[in-house]
Design a protein around this ligand. Sequence first.
Ligand code: HEC
Length: 143
Amino acid sequence: MNKLNVIFLTMLFFLISCGGSEKKNAKEKLVSSEISLIDMEKGAQLYRAKCMNCHMKTGGGIEKFYPPLANSDYLKKHTEDAIKMVKYGSNKPIKVNGVKYNSLMPASGLTDKELVAVFNYILNSWGNDYGEVSLEQVEAVKR
Ligand code: HEC
């Protein structure tokens, strides 16, 4: 009986500690290890000030006019092109999730550092899990 108790307690302990670390992992996954909460907040502020008018509060966009950023196949697959578009502006026709867009996005006027923050925000918000960009990557994007 005593032995069973010990086994039971060991298993319970094992289960609890496993559950705990899983929760921790899930939390860390929300914001990937390299992006600090401070950077995410900075990105969110820039997003609200510079992007939200067109791409909407939760990145849904307005179909046929302003493409979505949430769950955007374009942002996921062509992150570098997307950086170029936000850096220098764009009015070339693009397709996002199978829908054509051909309106104007003006150049954001953001610095490269600000672009890193806003991109890491949109790459990791609203269910997006699209990795992250570095300052070197953003600096390397030319017209
Ligand atoms: C005036 C409205 C407007 C504003 C403000 C704006 N965008 Fe856009 N955005 C657009 C339009 C329109 C397109 C499609 C451009 C095209 O067809 O070439 C686009 C395309 C994009 C794309 C690539 C397509 C996609 O949906 O994945 C990204 C990424 C993006 N914008 C991010 C941003 C970010 C980040 C900001 C803020 C710094 C921003 N946009 C501000 C209108 C806007």
